[in-house]
Design a protein. Structure first.
Length: 375
C-alpha cells in the first residue's frame, strides 16, 4: 500500500481554487450545476482498481405560472472519463423529470427520479464514494434512481403538522430492451410490473429526523419463470420492500441509521460469472454512519453496511451476506467548490467461500482517492 500513502499525502496538500457561480435569472430560474471527480481505486481485485473518473452535470428550472402554481424540472447526466474516445455505454441520464407545485397541496412530477424507498436510504448514503448499496440498485423497482415514476409529495402535511412530510409514488410496467441475454441478472433485475409506494418522515427542530417507506410491485412473467431454469432467481409474484431510518444532523455531528427488508427484489452477482448471479428471495439490510465536520474543513466518517440474503437456493446454501463492509473515510473541503477525499472500504465477506467467486462478488478491500471540483 506504498502507493496509497503517496496519494494520501498528495490529496491533502492540494492548493485551494477559485469558486464557481451558479446561474439564476429573475422569476424564471435555471440553475446549472455539476462536478468533476478525478478518482482512482486501489484494490487487489482487477475489476475494482484503476481510474474511475467521471463528469456529472445538470440543470434545475423553476417557472412561476400564477400565484398558486409553479412549474419545475430537473435533468442530470453522467459521463465517464476513464474510457477511450468512441467507447459505447460511457454516459447516461441519471435524472429527468418535470412537475407542478401547488402552494398548499404539494408537488407532483413524472419521469426518471429517485424511487420512494430512497427517502430513507438517503439518511445513510452520505459517503464520498461508497455506501448506500446494501439493497439500493439503480433501475431495480423503486429502490434507487429509476424510470417512469409519478411522485406526489406534501411538506408539513397540508400545513397541518410542521415537519411531517408525505410521499406517494406509482411506477408503470416496464420491460427494457437491449443487448443483454433475457435470462441474465442484468436483464431480469431491471424489469418490473406496476408498483406503488409511500413514505412518511418527521423532522424535529433539534436536528433529529425519522422516516419509513414501503413499496410493492408486480413482477413480470419472465422474472417469475426464471426460477425454473436457475433456482438462484426468486419466483414470487411480487417484489416488496419496507425500510425505517433515523438521522441526527446538528452541532457538526451527523449520525444516520437505516434498516430495510426486501422480497424477490435484490439482484446479486455478475452475468459473466460461473453461476451468473441471481435474485434473492429475501434480504435484511443495515446501514450505519457517523460523521463529524471540523472547522478546518476535514470531515471523517465511520460506517457499516451489510445485506444478508435468505432463500437464495444456491449450491453454497440459502443464507449469505451479499454486502458486508466497514467504511472509513475522510473528506477535506478546500473551499465550497473544491474538495478531496479518501474512502477505504474494508470488505468483511469471507474470501474462502466459493459462493462469492462463483457469482462474481468481490471480497477484496478497496481504497478510493479523489479530487472533486463542483459548481
Amino acid at each position: 500500500m506504498k502507493n496509497t500513502l503517496i496519494l494520501i499525502s498528495f490529496i491533502f496538500t492540494v492548493p485551494p481554487a477559485m469558486a464557481a457561480d451558479v446561474y439564476n435569472k429573475s422569476e424564471n430560474k435555471l440553475n446549472l450545476y455539476g462536478k468533476i471527480d478525478g478518482v482512482h481505486y486501489l484494490s487487489d481485485n482487477e475489476r475494482s482498481r484503476g481510474d474511475k473518473s467521471y463528469f456529472r452535470t445538470g440543470f434545475s428550472g423553476v417557472t412561476q405560472i400564477n400565484d398558486q402554481f409553479t412549474g419545475y424540472g430537473k435533468w442530470e447526466y453522467n459521463i465517464l472519463a476513464n474510457q477511450t474516445e468512441g467507447s459505447d455505454d460511457n454516459s447516461w441520464t441519471r435524472l429527468a423529470y418535470v412537475g407542478l407545485k401547488h402552494s398548499k397541496w404539494g408537488y407532483i412530477d413524472y419521469g426518471r427520479n429517485y424511487g420512494i424507498l430512497y427517502d430513507v436510504e438517503s439518511y445513510t448514503d452520505m459517503l464520498p464514494e461508497f455506501g448506500g448499496d446494501s439493497y439500493t440498485q439503480s433501475d431495480v423497482f423503486m429502490t434507487g434512481r429509476t424510470q417512469g415514476v409519478a411522485t406526489y409529495r406534501n411538506k408539513d402535511f397540508f400545513d397541518l403538522v410542521e415537519g411531517l412530510h408525505l410521499g406517494l409514488q406509482y411506477q408503470g410496467k416496464n420491460i427494457p430492451t437491449g443487448s443483454e441475454e433475457p435470462s441474465s441478472v442484468s436483464s431480469l433485475a431491471r424489469q418490473h410490473g406496476d408498483g406503488y409506494g409511500g413514505s412518511l418522515s418527521y423532522d424535529t427542530d433539534m436536528g433529529l429526523s425519522i422516516a419509513t417507506s414501503v413499496a410493492s410491485s408486480r413482477r413480470t412473467g419472465e422474472q417469475k419463470n426464471a426460477h425454473k431454469n436457475n433456482r438462484q432467481f426468486a419466483c414470487g409474484d411480487k417484489a416488496q420492500a419496507w425500510t425505517v431510518g433515523m438521522k441526527y444532523d446538528a452541532h457538526r455531528v451527523y449520525l444516520g441509521a437505516m434498516y430495510a427488508e426486501t422480497r424477490n427484489m435484490t439482484a446479486y452477482g455478475s452475468d459473466d460469472s460461473l453461476y451468473g448471479g441471481g435474485i434473492a428471495g429475501k434480504t435484511r439490510n443495515t446501514e450505519l454512519t457517523a460523521q463529524y465536520q471540523f472547522d478546518s474543513g476535514l470531515k471523517p466518517a465511520l460506517s457499516y453496511i451489510a445485506s444478508r440474503a435468505e432463500k437464495l437456493h444456491s449450491i453454497s446454501g440459502n443464507n449469505k451476506y451479499l454486502v458486508k463492509y466497514i467504511d472509513v473515510s475522510m473528506t477535506y473541503n478546500l473551499n465550497k467548490n473544491m474538495s478531496t477525499y479518501l474512502d477505504y472500504r474494508i470488505n468483511l465477506l469471507d474470501a474462502n467461500d466459493d459462493f462469492y467467486a462463483s457469482n462474481g462478488i468481490a471480497t477484496d478491500n478497496i481504497a478510493a482517492l479523489g479530487l472533486v471540483y463542483q459548481f
